[in-house]
Design a protein around this ligand. Structure first.
Ligand code: GLP
Length: 271
């Protein structure tokens, strides 16, 4: 995509089409700065196109250990602010791991059980960590791992510092995350990556070898994974021309090719 605005819009449209096709969609959600704009778009689709979230349920990838849900840095709070409070979702259907659970191992197991009991994740939204992680699956995470506790790398603490007043030392050192195996079980994955700072790690994830050093590379094993990028993030991709050809020719992209048509309809008719 030419820029971040278009990349986030396309990503939101992919999820919107899934939700329209299946109103009881089980949606896997991600956090981070990149996703804010995706949630802005979903909120405007709700407002302007009556996109209905009332019957869908959600599972977030991860949550910090040891901070309450109302803490400014918690992912529950992020989700409330950026999405849940802005659409007609049933809060009881929204799930994040509980980083304050007295028994964290049990909490992780219950999260897996809950995902299975919901029928599995239909569509999983993913961002890319600067160290190549998906969720909080830091380097050397087993590629078959399930939901569990994980120590975060200094690079990840820095990436998440914006939620803690810009101070990496205030970011919790550990988190609960879905495993790479949990993510690979989703029926569809959408990896969204924008900005020049991700260009090098994106190329490793997409075109490099599958390795637990870059857990996003495990997505190469997924039969239905779409990667949405902006021009800046795509800088180091060797196969760029071919990927453009795929976008122009593969039927799965047909509903999304007209970038102007991706905008919320009411807004588009005003312009
Ligand atoms: C956190 C999340 C990841 C997300 C990443 C991206 O580390 N645990 O799931 O991919 O943020 O962050 P940003 O979009 O701010 O670069």
């Amino acid at each position: 995509m030419p820029d971040k605005e278009k990349a986030t819009l396309l990503t939101a449209r992919i999820l919107t089409e899934d939700l329209r096709t299946k109103p009881t969609l089980v949606l896997g959600l991600a956090t981070g700065r990149t996703m804010k704009q995706v949630y802005d778009h979903l909120a405007s689709f709700h407002l302007l196109e009556a996109l209905d979230f009332s019957r869908c349920s959600t599972f977030n990838l991860d949550e910090f250990i040891g901070i309450p849900t109302d803490h400014q840095g918690s992912y529950r709070r992020y989700m409330q602010e950026h999405l849940f409070n802005r659409v007609n979702i049933t809060i009881g259907n929204t799930h994040l791991p509980d980083g304050m659970a007295p028994n964290l191992a049990q909490e992780c197991q219950q999260y897996e059980t809950l995902i299975k009991a919901s029928g599995g994740i239909d569509a999983q939204l993913l961002g890319l960590g600067i160290d190549g992680h998906i969720g909080f699956n830091e380097p050397l995470s087993a590629l078959l791992s399930r939901t569990r506790e994980k120590a975060l790398t200094p690079a990840t603490l820095a990436q998440n510092a914006f939620m803690f007043g810009g101070d990496p030392s205030r970011v919790p050192r550990r988190a609960i995350t879905m495993g790479v195996g949990t993510i690979l079980d989703s029926r569809r994955c959408v990896l969204l990556v924008t900005g020049a700072s991700k260009a090098s790690i994106l190329a490793q994830a997409v075109e490099g070898p599958i390795t637990s050093m870059v857990t996003a590379s495990a997505l190469q094993l997924h039969p239905r994974c779409q990667v949405v990028v902006d021009e800046e993030a795509a800088t180091n991709l060797k196969g760029k021309d071919y990927y453009r050809w795929v976008f122009a020719n593969e039927p799965e992209w047909v509903p999304f090719r007209d970038l102007d048509a991706l905008k919320p309809r009411a807004a588009a008719s005003k312009s």
